[in-house]
Design a protein around this ligand. Structure first.
Ligand code: 4NP
Length: 156
């Protein structure tokens, strides 16, 4: 059974699709499954924002085939680790968690590098293209840490 990781943001079209693609690229596909979802449903069924697709492509990743969806309660049993992009995602996802063990799976993404500092991966939706590069850099660094940890935890 692969270890399953879910990346979560608000719309599931800008940040979490990048997080999904980046983490996937750092882990062996036979042992790890990475997916993403949004707390909102406005973009369900759509592909990622064209700016996220372009930013990923510039760095050698193809995320164009992803489809947005909203997080659901069954995700808490389906997934082993749930990473959220910002503090409002954290609040929303924790509120949806059906029990304490589900809630314990939810972590703020940047806490992986800067524990307890409550750093958000900023929402780039209403800004310019440079916001997407910044998000990519933050996520690449955090995913490197997450991948290292997961590979160590699940190597036995
Ligand atoms: P994301 O960005 O949460 O990184 O996917 C957003 C995408 C869409 C909206 C907000 C944030 N929106 O308001 O539609």
């Amino acid at each position: 059974m692969p270890v399953k990781i879910l990346m979560v943001c608000l719309g599931n079209i800008c940040r979490s699709p990048l997080a999904e693609g980046i983490l996937q690229s750092k882990l062996p596909a036979d042992k790890f499954t990475v997916d993403s979802a949004g707390t909102g449903n406005w973009h369900a069924g759509q592909g990622p924002d064209h700016r996220s697709v372009a930013t990923a492509k510039n760095r050698g990743l193809d995320i164009s085939c992803q489809k947005a969806r909203q997080i659901k309660v069954s995700d808490f049993t389906e997934f082993d680790h749930i990473y959220v992009m910002d503090s409002s995602n954290l609040r929303d996802v924790q509120q949806l968690a059906p029990n304490a063990s589900a809630k314990a799976k939810v972590k703020l993404m940047m806490d992986e590098i800067f524990p307890g500092q409550k750093i958000d991966v900023p929402d780039p939706y209403f800004g310019g293209p440079e916001g997407f590069d910044k998000v990519y850099d933050m996520l690449d660094e955090a995913c490197e840490m997450v991948a290292g940890k997961l590979l160590k935890e699940h190597s036995a």
